[in-house]
Design a protein around this ligand. Structure first.
Ligand code: GAR
Length: 192
């Protein structure tokens, strides 16, 4: 059984979709929800779904305590789902090719430091974009970089508010993220 940890800082709707998708899965399960915000909604969602949660602070992330916890729990894949902190280089190396992030725009547009949640949708609308979407990518020690694994698009409509666009983008995230994560945990095909 592949062991997935989801890291999140906010409401956790994507985390919940991942938990539900893998709840009865034959080869993978969300075994841990890591969170850096004591008030985050994701903690309640984890509790409601009987998934253990792990609350930590920025210093513990930077100093390797979080990495030790993930290793101690024999985590195979780390899935960022609205996690707002930069991942330290040591943790990126430890989970090289085994840590993914989702971003609510078509990267490389509208990514980088400070670009999260509603800030992204505000920037997309302010730039006059006619389409937006989601990007799922491998994680590096820089915000919103790393090899792109998947993108999906949606229109930006003329009278969209950031909240309306966020809803459309969230629907795309919920539809696709669990399936892309599933591809990453599929056992490698046997050689020969
Ligand atoms: C999602 O839209 C995700 O793409 C975004 O935060 C939201 C979390 O929603 N992530 C970023 O902006 C990362 N730069 P959720 O808490 O409901 O899953």
């Amino acid at each position: 059984m592949r062991r997935i940890a989801v890291l999140a800082s906010g409401s956790g709707t994507n985390a919940q979709r991942l938990i539900e998708h893998f709840a009865l899965h034959a080869s993978a399960q969300v075994v841990l929800v890591g969170c850096d915000q004591p008030e985050a909604g994701v903690l309640q969602r984890a509790w409601d779904h009987n998934v253990p949660s792990y609350l930590f602070n920025g210093r513990e992330l930077r100093e390797g305590t979080v990495l030790s916890e993930l290793k101690g729990q024999r985590i195979d894949l780390v899935v960022l789902a609205g996690f707002m902190r930069l991942i330290p280089a040591e943790m990126v190396r430890a989970f090289s090719g085994r840590m993914v992030n989702i971003h609510p725009s078509l990267l490389p547009k509208h990514g980088g430091k400070g670009m999260f949640g509603h800030h992204v949708h505000e920037a997309v609308i302010a730039a006059g974009e006619v389409e937006s979407g989601i990007t799922i990518h491998l994680v590096t020690e820089h915000y919103d970089e790393g090899r792109i694994l998947f993108q999906a698009r949606c229109p930006v409509l003329p009278n969209d508010t950031p909240a309306m666009l966020a809803e459309r983008v969230h629907a795309l995230e919920h539809a696709h993220y669990p399936h892309i994560v599933e591809q990453l945990v599929k056992p490698a095909a046997k050689q020969g």
